[in-house]
Design a protein around this ligand. Structure first.
Ligand code: 5GP
Ligand code: MN
Length: 324
């Protein structure tokens, strides 16, 4: 397995070194892994004097702004240029790039797909997909090493954030010796574990705790499936962006004696984002795939186009049907 990966890395590097205008894209509802990976790769390529554009379909959540400079990441709807190379980062399938993101990706002369989701259908002209990696940030770190770029704090901080967030603060089963070694290296290059942990898990507005209190009060356990929900009206009432509800899934999976947790987050009237987590090795990516989503065995997501109560009913029904 090593040889093809090494060959792919070499091919990607030689392509990036020849490219003139490069577009880097992350997935919708961007998280720490995709933003951290995007910023680190973008900055690394800029050091090689490449014309790089970093873009996101959705705006960057407040808790991740500390790893970006103002104006560094554009919104996809602000882009009018054409690119010879586009790189999709941490996006398990092409739809994850968003409507405009997908179009920009498709229009580029050459497309590179860098990801760590096992369900990735290898939609690029070159695909560097390593499901054994805890975070796409780990893959980007390898690429940056191979590009021969010196790592300083401006690269170490976003990369550490990528690994830190996708491992739930080094707690999830995807945390390996290699993950921790990479994190330690990044600390050596200037990433501060305390500062990053503070920015990600602390520093929250009061409305955030009121939202948690409401969603915690709704925790329901049905056939060992724990679920809760939050509506967009409620999020607005607490003065929160949609992204602020992302962490609910981390709490829902803390309940004892459950097999799976489901968090329903209403994004629009008839659009519900579901975050699925499994506690005992059950493959939630398969369940998410039934609704057009995907992800990892223990953490997956999907979007259901229906009112909140209908989405909850449909997903619970499908979750109960699966053989644990
Ligand atoms: P989350 O619930 O935190 O949004 O996502 C959990 C995992 O599933 C992440 O690895 C994320 O990239 C993936 N994921 C979330 N939503 C989707 C989706 O709609 N499609 C696919 N393919 N993956 C998703
Ligand atoms: Mn990721």
């Amino acid at each position: 397995m090593n040889l093809p990966i090494k060959m792919t890395i070499n091919e990607i590097i030689s392509h990036l070194l020849e490219a003139k205008k490069i577009l880097l894209l992350c997935h919708v509802s961007p998280d720490g892994d995709c933003i951290g990976s995007l910023v680190a790769l973008g900055r690394a390529l800029q050091r090689l004097n490449k014309d790089v554009c970093m873009a996101s379909e959705d705006k960057i959540p407040g808790s991740l702004r500390f790893i970006t400079e103002p104006g560094e990441i554009l919104l996809t709807n602000e882009i009018t240029e054409k690119f010879d190379t586009a790189v999709a980062i941490d996006s398990g399938d092409m739809q994850r790039l968003g409507l405009i993101g997908q179009e920009l990706f498709s229009k580029a002369d050459f497309r590179i797909n860098i990801d760590h989701h096992s369900s990735n259908p290898l939609y690029g002209d070159l695909n560097l997909v390593q499901p054994q990696r805890a975070a796409t940030g780990e893959i980007i770190l390898d690429l940056i090493f191979n590009l021969g770029i010196e790592i300083d704090r401006s690269l170490a901080e976003p990369l550490y954030t990528a690994i830190f967030t996708d491992t739930g603060g080094f707690r999830f089963t995807n945390t390996t010796k290699d993950t921790l070694n990479k994190a330690a290296l990044l600390v050596g290059y200037g990433a501060s574990p305390n500062l990053i942990s503070h920015e990600i898990y602390e520093n929250k507005p009061l409305g955030y705790f009121k939202m948690l209190a409401l969603a915690f009060g709704r925790f329901t356990i049905d056939e060992k499936i724990c679920y809760t929900w939050i509506s967009f009206d409620e999020m607005a009432e607490f003065g929160l962006d949609f992204e602020a509800s992302e962490e609910l899934s981390t709490f829902a999976k803390m309940l004892e004696n459950t097999k799976m947790s489901l968090v329903f987050k209403q994004k629009e009237e008839n659009l519900v984002k579901v975050s699925l987590r499994s506690q005992n090795g059950y493959d939630v990516a398969k369940l998410a795939e039934k609704f057009g989503g995907g992800g990892h065995k223990q953490a997956a997501g999907c979007t259901i186009n229906a009112p909140l109560d209908v989405a909850i009913k449909e997903m619970l029904h499908a979750a109960k049907e699966v053989d644990h």
